[in-house]
Design a protein around this ligand. Structure first.
Ligand SMILES: [Zn+2]
Ligand SMILES: [Zn+2]
Length: 234
């Protein structure tokens, strides 16, 4: 037993402590500075050729960690952007030019470390979580995402632990962990609205949402305490 525990400890936090080092451009309104972005257990560090832009954030210092694409990360900080930024919270747009790969492992890592939900527009293929059936898909529905004007088309993939919207235009794709949803609504089986703390997505479904998928989302969002690792699934 002891040996097994030790083996687990080593496997989880031991010598192979995960960390990523990306070569990056930090985009400015005019031009960019260069450096590295280091993601680790303790947080994220931006080392740049422009000393004023170097930063070190703990995970708690990051208001929103956003994966925009395989080559772009955005860090929404709590820092105020003075005068000309009209005191908006400062965002760091970081373009990845080399180094580590921005992959699913990084997404899972950030998701576990960040005290707040993270946002990803990249849809990773095989979600793996503590639940053996974490990535199991309950339903896939062709859908239209409503924009203020018009919309975009794609597929909603409702899985046991997350919902992915895979848009025809990859820039519009998005993944929500069910735990991260603040609310959802479905006025009829062809309608679905998903809301997080900071935004809402509304979909017209081209095929009806199944009762099983609806019940699963409902339980996950409103009664997460009742979700068990076994049973309880449609
Ligand atoms: Zn810079
Ligand atoms: Zn859209």
């Amino acid at each position: 037993m002891m040996i097994l525990l030790l083996a687990l400890l080593v496997a989880q936090g031991g010598p192979s402590n995960p960390g990523w080092s990306f070569d990056v451009h930090h985009d400015h309104a005019w031009g960019a500075c260069h450096g590295s972005l280091i993601v680790s257990e303790s947080g994220i560090r931006l080392e740049t050729s422009e000393p004023d832009h170097a930063r070190e954030w703990s995970w708690a210092d990051i208001q929103l960690f956003e994966i925009v694409s395989s080559t772009e990360i955005r860090i929404h900080s709590y820092e105020s952007h003075g005068a000309f930024g009209l005191w908006r919270d400062r965002q760091f747009r970081i373009e990845i030019t080399g180094g580590a790969a921005l992959d699913e492992a990084l997404y899972r890592f950030a998701r576990e470390r960040s005290p707040r939900p993270i946002r990803t527009r990249m849809v990773f293929d095989a979600p793996a979580g503590p639940r053996p059936d974490a990535g199991r898909t309950l339903q896939e529905i062709p859908a239209r995402h409503d924009h203020a004007l018009g919309g975009c088309e794609g597929t909603l993939r409702i899985a046991v632990d997350e919902i992915a919207y895979i848009a025809e235009d990859p820039n519009d794709s998005r993944v929500w962990r069910l735990d991260d949803l603040a609310s959802f609504a479905s006025t009829d089986p062809f309608d679905l609205r998903l809301s997080t703390r900071d935004d809402t997505f509304h979909f017209d479904l081209k095929l009806p949402l199944t009762e099983a998928a609806y019940a699963h989302i409902w339980r996950s969002v409103y009664r997460p305490g009742l979700q068990s690792y076994r049973g309880a699934l449609p």
